[in-house]
Design a protein around this ligand. Structure first.
Ligand code: ZN
Length: 421
């Protein structure tokens, strides 16, 4: 199957913008040619005139079903938000609600240019179903919490998820521990050991709040959450740690070569603080960007997240985080953690691509489009989202689901959950 994307404005190697024709074959970028070159016969041709072709975003920390809880717990600290609002609501979740909430999240993501995700939650069979139907690229993981007995049930579910992911071209499996504060050390050690033994990702929440760090140091005789995970063997895993707001230099050095997913909007909304991403980069950490769930953000828009990352990281020095660095983090940080060659316009890379309509005033003059994407774009400007060469959204229309029908069924689930019908 060959798809041509013709006459697209693009920047190759982050240099100048020019018009190119892209040849997509078997899910990958086969050729990038100057517009007007001789092209092979194609099964599909996309005319991208007046549009910018860019790598899609990799949303590296998500909880897909939490769209159901958007707006349900506002202006609370992480502890109160989790204990007083989220946990009681999660007790009311059921299969169909998880499936539809996941689809609603994916629709929002795809419409704002996200092409891959790293998810952590439970009800994984229902999440898997939604992800598979959509065609988005994903790592899925079953979040393990609790003591030995509780953890054993959850580890079994995690193993079932691993089975589901076998042979899937776009969905892979990750192990997950919710956080240091929600798991005793023997559980942390057990799941970390499984991830290390199998060479699989280990997805965790790490140093999200000051309380978490303080609590950990008193539980573990002065050790930070990072030190606890490393003591349990996380240094031998493909660690993907969300937040990292309260990491110190010792922690960051231990995390060299691992992935930390910054979630600026979620951290701001829960009053958790601001992660020092430029410092993480100095320590050789692979930084990725994530929205977190829709209940703590409350949007799943990676364009907006990129803007927050850039502006917050500058603090008093505009050079601390350049827009182009933030874009690289948002596009390729997550895919690097996934072990996928995507997030860049390069021959041989996965065709996880988006088109952005740059005809509106906010992109004029057409001088520095990377900068326009970071500082003035809107996610509504994304007109096409492609994953592995398959088009998931075209001209703002989702192709993998009937949006109206999904919305109606989601609304019914919301009534069941909130009104207990
Ligand atoms: Zn999270």
């Amino acid at each position: 199957m060959i798809t041509l994307i013709k006459n697209a404005l693009a920047s190759i190697d982050q240099k100048q913008y020019a018009k190119y024709d892209f040849v997509i074959k078997d899910g990958k970028i086969l050729k990038i040619l100057p517009h007007g070159s001789l092209l092979p016969d194609a099964d599909k041709v996309i005319d991208a005139s007046g549009q910018l072709l860019a790598p899609g975003f990799s949303n590296a920390h998500t909880h897909l079903p939490m769209s159901m809880f958007r707006g349900a717990g506002e202006d609370l600290s992480l502890e109160n938000w989790l204990n007083d609002t989220m946990y009681p609501l999660e007790d009311r979740l059921y299969s169909e609600a998880v499936y539809l909430s996941s689809l609603i999240s994916i629709i929002e993501m795809v419409k704002s240019g996200t092409t891959s995700i790293i998810d952590m939650y439970y009800f994984c069979a229902d999440i898997f179903r939604a992800v598979k139907e959509s065609g988005i690229r994903a790592i899925l993981s079953r979040s393990v919490v609790g003591d030995k007995e509780q953890a054993s049930v959850r580890i079994k579910e995690s193993e079932e998820l691993r089975e589901m992911c076998l042979g899937e071209p776009l969905i892979s499996f990750g192990n997950s521990l919710h956080a240091e504060y929600s798991c005793p050390f023997e559980t942390i050690e057990q799941v970390t050991g499984i991830a290390a033994e199998n060479g699989e990702p280990l997805i965790i929440h790490l140093s999200e709040t000051k309380n978490e760090n303080d609590g950990c140091r008193s539980r573990y005789n002065g050790l930070s959450p990072t030190q606890v995970f490393m003591k349990a063997g996380a240094d031998k895993t493909k660690l993907i740690a969300a937040h990292g707001v309260w990491l110190d230099d010792t922690d960051m050095e231990l995390l060299r070569g691992k992935t930390v997913v910054a979630c600026p909007q979620s951290n701001l909304k829960l009053g958790s603080g601001i992660a020092d991403v430029p410092r993480m980069l100095e320590h050789g950490i692979n930084v990725a960007l994530g929205t977190d769930g829709a209940a703590s953000n409350n949007n799943l828009d990676m364009l907006l997240e990129t803007r927050f990352l850039t502006l917050l990281s500058k603090r008093t020095d505009p050079l601390r985080m350049k827009g182009a660095t933030a874009l690289k983090i948002a596009r390729a940080g997550g895919t690097k953690a996934m072990g996928v060659n995507a997030g860049r316009l390069e021959e041989g890379a996965e065709a996880d691509l988006i088109l952005i309509d740059i005809s509106s005033e906010r992109y004029q003059p057409l001088l520095n489009l990377d900068s326009h994407i970071v500082y003035s774009s809107r996610s509504d400007d994304v007109t096409m989202t492609m994953v592995a060469g398959n088009i998931l959204m075209s001209e703002r229309r989702i192709l993998f689901a009937d949006e109206k029908e999904i919305r109606a069924r989601f609304d019914e689930c919301a009534r069941n959950i909130y009104q207990g019908e």
